[in-house]
Design a protein around this ligand. Sequence first.
Ligand code: DGL
Length: 270
Amino acid sequence: MDNRPIGFFDSGIGGLTSIPYVMKKLPEERIIFFGDTARAPYGSKSADTIQHFSLQIAHFLKNHNVKMIVIACNTVSATCLEYLRRVYPDIPIIGVISPTARVVSKRCAPGASVGVIATSVTVKSGAYEKKIKALRPDLQVHSAACPAFVPLIEEGIIDNEIMRLTIKYYLDEFLRRYDITDLVLGCTHYPLISDEILRIYPHLRIISSSMEAANAVELELKKRDMLSSARSENHIFVASDLSAPFLQMIHRISEGKKEIADIHFYNLDL
Ligand code: DGL
């Protein structure tokens, strides 16, 4: 048993899409979430920059005495997971790509054509193809980078014509060319537009890395006998910029109840 909080982080609001699943599955767990909203998106930045930012955030979480760090970001999982594990060998650190690949391997029909949409960095890393193919060599895996999604989502442009046009711009040709049946949302921001995607392509079966992150947390805590027995304090949500979409998401997650979440601003460069 371990009553310390679990640390989560993402470049921005995307990782927050995992939080409701964690709260529902593991109501006794306390969460400290860091969203680097001032510096998002990460998905088109260099590996060195992403590593530098991730290290700052992992350090911040460690100073808050977290029992586990969850990289609720595919871009960081694809580029920095092993690096962070080397820097912090005493804290369990989990990423989102392996758990999501495991679900793909369990759910997809033999020979299915699987699409992975993600940031440019994640696609370039080839992490999803490698992990999925290692588990299910029969699957066809095709990836597409969709770099405009995250900046639009961080601006709160989600349920409107600009987003619908952007979805069609990236997905029309990609889905048709490879006859994709199963689509992996390989970026934790994308569940925020999954309704829009399904409205345009209702035949798709969607697999979300955000939901799988929550399942992986539960598994890992159980395996290590680190589940919390009671949550005595509020969850903490920290951002490097308290942007309107970040605050709206927290409001939605905590159902407007102030006693559930504390919100803070933290400048990592100070
Ligand atoms: N939510 C992130 C991911 O899963 C980060 C996207 C970005 O900052 O570009 O990749």
